[in-house]
Design a protein around this ligand. Structure first.
Ligand code: SF4
Length: 337
């Protein structure tokens, strides 16, 4: 009798235990499922691409750059790893791609490797660099940092042509460091996508072929890109149609083109002091939608002014600031406004 009773108790407690375990398993599955559902809902209506200004300092004086040309009136400096971590932890549920550059040279930031390592744990990461401040140690750390893409600004094959745009730079140093990056990348499994970039102007278009040859020799694919030329610039477009940015003849066409603006659809631009602005063209923080150090991603994204701008641009109504300052969608003669 005692034997039977013992077995019955054991049987029941075993069944209860199994049921509890099943329930727990189910609870865990439901918890995970709701996490992914919530995450996907959050992602669908939130920014996916984040541009973060990790540096507002550069050694060069490129005439079309807002930093190099002295257009930026904000306080210069670098973003510390401590500040970056605050931002990173807020954008983590939404970020699919993070550009660690807006204005300024990111590789001058003493914390840049730690910043890349932190961001690369949860998102794809990209930087664009002039490659001047690299040395073996820094280049090796960069390749091993977890970064996905490195864009290297070159734009020429001779010093004379190079410094017409990259003022204050040394082309030999750039090519030396590009070669070093590629060598280290090859030795470490070719994990990083390295793109040598050539912005095509009138003054350097004759060096495009030679640049392609250099890239081929290094085992890299060059990216030739049309420039954004500001009004009254001394620099001129090339005569290759493909590398001339489209300009619009009237306001109606510009407004229509602006409805394709990805900056307001799924991108968030975070400046050095945490201010969130529409895109890189608001380089002096004329209209701030919030500050990432004080607010969370969604409350900034849903800010009334931000929503209003999004609605205006997406419904072909345009926006005065954009019409005046945008280099992506601009009129042929801005002064005719
Ligand atoms: S300035 Fe240009 S790129 Fe920036 S938000 Fe306006 S339309 Fe978009």
């Amino acid at each position: 009798m005692y034997f039977l009773l013992k077995h019955k108790i054991l049987f029941f407690s075993g069944t209860i235990l199994k049921k509890v375990l099943k329930m727990r398993k189910l609870k865990n599955i439901l918890k995970k499922l709701s996490y992914f559902i919530n995450l996907n809902i959050l992602k669908k209506y939130s920014p996916k691409i984040f541009y973060i200004e990790t540096s507002l300092v550069c050694e060069l004086k490129c005439p079309e750059c807002a930093t190099g040309s002295g257009l930026i009136k904000r306080k210069k400096g670098y973003m510390s790893i401590e500040k970056f971590k605050i931002i990173a932890d807020k954008i983590r549920p939404y970020a699919e791609n993070i550009g660690l550059i807006i204005w300024g040279e990111p590789m001058l930031n003493p914390d840049i490797i730690e910043i890349i390592q932190y961001a690369s744990k949860f998102s794809k990461t990209v930087i664009s660099t002039n490659c001047i401040s690299l040395n073996y140690n820094l280049a090796e750390k960069l390749i091993l940092s977890g970064i996905n893409s490195i864009i290297v600004s070159v734009d020429a094959t001779s010093q004379e042509v190079y410094e017409k745009y990259r003022r204050g730079g040394d082309l030999n140093k750039v090519l030396e460091n590009l070669t070093l990056l590629q060598k280290l990348n090859t030795e470490n499994g070719n994990r990083v996508n390295i793109t040598p970039q050539f912005i095509v102007f009138e003054h350097n278009q004759h060096q495009m072929k030679e640049f392609s040859k250099i890239c081929k020799y290094l085992g890299l694919k060059p990216n030739f890109k049309a420039p954004y030329i500001r009004e009254n610039s001394e620099l001129k477009n090339s005569n290759i149609k493909k590398y001339i940015r489209k300009k619009y003849l009237n306001i109606k066409d510009v407004k229509r083109a602006m409805s394709k603006c990805t900056a307001v659809k799924n991108m968030m631009t975070i400046l050095l002091d945490g201010s969130v602005v529409r895109c890189c063209y608001d380089c002096n923080e004329d209209i701030i939608f919030g500050n990432i150090f004080n607010d969370d991603v969604l409350s900034i994204w849903e800010n009334e002014k931000y929503k209003e701008l999004r609605e205006k641009l997406l419904s072909n109504k345009g926006d005065p600031f954009c019409i005046k300052n945008c280099l992506m969608y601009s009129l042929t003669f801005i002064k005719n406004l």
